[in-house]
Write a protein that binds this ligand. Structure first.
Ligand code: PMP
Length: 452
């Protein structure tokens, strides 16, 4: 009695109360700013989910650089959240800072290409192995536009996604399996269309279910992360993607790989690192060093079909693109980031630290005999509250424990360590060092030591 996730739950709750009190005492300036913000910011924060962290009120950031930031009360932090990937290569990387400072006096947006556009596309083609590219302002938008192009190009209406996926605020994919039945995610606000009419959902790692769905012949594309990263982490089983890709091809469907998080796998993402051959690929968040932008690429064949779809459509609004997409400012940031920041060398540094982090977390878990596991995808590491890694979204969902996450996250935060909210993800960047990782590990061990 009283145990949960292998921990002493009454002790965990006592720790939670103490950590909340400590946070309030430690952060008077953030508290004052939160009070002021509450007068005119809906939910008291500029983005409603900034209020859903583990803290009693939002922590206000004063400045961020590399792997570190400072809050409004002057406390220093080592950042393992890194803007949930937006700052995956560190905050304000100097080459990006210099490029946007240069561009700051040269114009931001003209509805015309800048001189950076062609070099950026050339580099994307080299890195990701897809010849044709377009831009958007967010990964959400990029995914939305890709779905639109691919439905138009194939003349098929349906998309297939994996249970428990997240691809941004793309309404179409807010569909889950509930007791095996496709069901619109009821957290989605204000959606009046019946999403299950055009969205098919199956479990990840379930080839027969994928095949049965594809056989219907009406699926334009499968939209997937190569590793699920938004419901904890779910790895593909050996051989899964090889077989899945064959099925998708055989049934005349297309594969869109969303690398927005799995870009942690290497300079060309997971698909390049693992020999996958998607028809389309999306990357957002860190592609411009944290400046709002996203990219999507197509194979030669798909590019021709997409061009044909536009050619065949009557003139008018396409539903693809926004006015500021591919703006000159974002293009300058992407060019600097791709050429000078997201380098092979940066990744080698990040891989070594992530391995140190993952091994260290496993050692803590083992020393305290916790029924938890650790998964690592390049520079991205996740600990999960189950002895073995889940192999689909239903299992991954079942082991999430937001109460426990919040306790651990707040304990770390009060000691100058930030990790990603809403699950247990840690990123390392070129500015992270071994001492930072050791500090995370020893503080994590103190935390679990307090609640067993
Ligand atoms: N794709 C994936 C895999 C993501 O994890 C996210 C955001 N977490 C998005 C797309 C959407 O990114 P954004 O919120 O920047 O549009």
């Amino acid at each position: 009695a009283g145990t949960r996730d292998g921990l002493n739950w009454p002790r965990a709750q006592a720790l939670a109360a103490a950590e909340r009190a400590s946070y309030i005492a430690r952060n008077p300036e953030s508290a004052r700013l939160a009070g002021q913000a509450a007068q005119h910011l809906l939910f008291g924060v500029p983005m409603h989910w900034m209020n859903d962290w583990s803290t009693p009120f939002a922590l206000t950031v004063r400045e961020a650089s590399g792997a570190r930031f400072r809050d409004a009360d002057g406390h220093k932090y080592i950042d393992f959240c890194l803007g949930d990937t937006g700052a995956m290569f560190g905050h304000a990387p100097p080459p990006v800072a210099q490029a946007i400072a240069r561009q700051a006096a040269r114009g931001y947006t003209a509805m015309l290409p800048s001189e950076d556009a062609a070099p950026v596309a050339t580099e994307l083609a080299r890195r990701f192995g897809l010849p044709y590219w377009q831009f958007a302002l967010s990964a959400s938008d990029a995914n939305r536009f890709v779905l639109r192009w691919l439905r138009a190009a194939t003349g098929r209406s349906k998309v297939l996604v994996f249970n428990g996926c997240y691809h941004g605020t793309v309404d179409d994919v807010f569909v889950d399996l509930v007791d095996g039945v496709p069901t619109q995610r009821d957290s989605l606000l204000g959606q009046v269309h019946k999403l299950t009419d055009h969205t098919v959902v199956v479990e990840f790692n379930d080839l027969p279910a994928l095949e049965a769905a594809l056989k219907q012949g009406d699926i334009a594309c499968v939209l997937a992360e190569p590793v699920m990263t938004n419901i904890g982490m779910v790895l593909p089983q050996p051989g899964y993607w090889e077989a899945a890709q064959q099925l998708i091809k055989r049934h005349g469907s297309l594969l869109v790989i969303d690398e927005t998080h799995t870009i942690s796998s290497g300079p060309g993402g997971y698909a390049q690192a693992h020999g996958m051959q998607p028809d389309a690929l999306v990357v957002g968040k860190p592609i411009g060093g944290g400046i709002p932008c996203a990219v999507y690429g197509f194979t030669e064949e798909l590019a021709r079909r997409v061009e044909q779809a536009k050619h065949d459509a009557p003139p008018g609004h396409s539903g693809v693109g926004t006015t500021l997409s591919a703006n000159m400012f974002a293009m300058a940031a992407m060019r600097a980031n791709l050429e000078q920041v997201m380098t092979e060398q940066a990744y080698q540094h990040m891989f070594a630290l992530a391995a140190q982090l993952a091994e260290g977390l496993r050692a803590v878990i083992e020393r305290h005999q916790l029924p938890w596991c650790v998964t690592q995808i390049g520079a991205r590491t996740e600990f999960q509250f189950a002895p073995t890694a889940p192999h689909n979204g239903t299992l991954a969902q079942a082991i999430l424990d937001s109460d426990l996450e919040r306790i651990i996250h707040l304990y770390l935060l009060n000691r100058g360590l930030l990790i990603t909210p809403f699950h247990n993800m840690l990123l390392v960047c070129p500015g992270t060092n071994e001492t930072d990782v050791e500090r995370l590990l020893s503080t994590f061990e103190d935390c679990v030591g307090n609640i067993i």
